[in-house]
Design a protein around this ligand. Structure first.
Ligand SMILES: Nc1ncnc2c1ncn2[C@@H]1O[C@H](COP(=O)(O)OP(=O)(O)OP(=O)(O)O)[C@@H](O)[C@H]1O
Length: 356
């Protein structure tokens, strides 16, 4: 049985305006699910509904088959066994690190009056988050990264069946984020329950999550593994939101074996991947930067209209001569002048299912 199940969940804060609508979602035991989407798409609202800080306007939420929320009422947060880690860390300033971590156990009467760092569950959580040396320190003496470790340890110690992390790395320095991503992985491994992780950073979601749910304007557009979302987005919105690529108008001109067609665009014919039931005719093809090559010989078919240095390589934006307004991106080892004519070839593409 799925650990957590949302059935047509909607949340309306104000009349006429739905922050979330029609959310159907299963979250499996132990799963790492990222909620990804632009600002205002409803990620935090979904997190708050799972935590029990808000009740849905419509639909139901089940934890291990038990209904915890519906429009008729909601099980309060303290009875859901959910751990929440906020972006702001929300540590108690007057408690040392070990006391902060022990707080939820004390509040529930699960431990006696012994020093916090002697409580085995606290010592274990501190060790897992690399905080043994900091047990007696106070939050104001810690760096941002260390405070985030304390917030994670405090969540871990509760052994929640669901941990909710709201943009935990957003306020940290970019260099620190790499290290912290490793820590988030360790945190997930140490959890028994599922992890729902809110972010608007697609590289974070791709690197960490088992599955990613992409939200826009309160709707769940697609939920899939990072690989499938990137390779086989179901809609142009998802195709554009994740990774670097462009969507072109093409004509599917011939079937080329299971799940493959030949597509024509601007006089070029190239191979694309499709769903099994695709048919000949007009369609829209996603072409990623990695699928475009610059060739040394051939007929010139595009020109450089923009370029960006990525460190070690350049990202070029290329306009196709025979498809005005259509552009592709590719990576190149050296800089090319704007307006420079090039020969490009397209090695692969994906026919966006909603386009056929
Ligand atoms: N308490 C509230 N009262 C009224 N409207 C709200 C409230 N909380 C959120 N909203 C609205 O609901 C929508 C979704 O907001 P939410 O905070 O869930 O988005 P988000 O994806 O987490 O955004 P961000 O990435 O900017 O944090 C927004 O239009 C927001 O203005």
């Amino acid at each position: 049985m799925a650990t957590i199940h949302l059935s047509t969940v909607g949340k309306q804060y104000e009349r006429e305006q739905w922050a979330l609508r029609g959310i159907d979602l299963h979250i499996e035991q132990g799963e790492f699910l990222a909620l990804l989407g632009p600002s205002g798409c409803g990620k935090t609202t979904l997190l708050r509904l799972l935590a029990g800080f808000e009740a849905p306007t419509e639909g139901e939420i089940f934890f291990a088959g038990e209904r915890v929320a519906s429009s008729a009422g909601s099980v309060p947060p303290e009875r859901r066994n959910v751990g929440v880690v906020f972006q702001s860390f929300a540590l108690w300033p007057h408690m040392n690190v070990a006391e902060n971590v022990a707080y939820s156990l004390r509040a529930r009467g699960r431990v006696g009056t012994q020093s916090a760092h002697r409580i085995p569950a606290v010592a274990d959580a501190l060790e897992r988050m690399g905080l043994q040396r900091y047990a007696e320190r106070y939050p104001e003496t810690l760096s941002g990264g260390q405070r985030q470790r304390v917030a994670l340890a405090r969540c871990l110690v509760q052994r929640p069946r669901l941990a909710l992390l709201d943009e935990p790395l957003a306020s940290l320095d970019v260099h620190l984020r790499e290290d912290m991503m490793e820590l988030i992985r360790e945190f997930h491994q140490a959890l028994d329950g599922a992890l729902v992780y809110v972010t608007h950073d697609q590289s974070e979601a791709m690197a960490l999550a088992d599955r990613i749910a992409v939200l826009t304007e309160g709707r769940l557009l697609q939920i899939d593994t990072p690989h499938r979302l990137y390779r086989e987005p179901r809609s142009e919105t998802v195709a554009r939101f994740l990774g670097r690529g462009r969507v072109l108008d093409v004509e599917l001109v011939a079937a080329a074996g299971t799940g493959r067609f030949s597509a024509r665009c601007a006089g070029e014919v190239f191979s694309v991947r499709t769903e099994a039931d695709a048919a000949l005719g007009p369609a829209r093809a996603l072409v990623r930067a990695g699928d475009v090559r610059l060739e040394d010989i051939g007929t010139v078919n595009a020109k450089v209209i923009r370029q960006r240095y990525l460190g070690g390589k350049y990202e070029l934006e290329l306009e196709l001569f025979h498809a005005p307004g259509s552009s592709l991106v590719c990576e190149h080892g050296s800089s090319l002048p704007l307006g420079h004519d090039v020969v490009l070839s397209i090695k692969d593409g994906w026919i966006v299912p909603e386009s056929v």
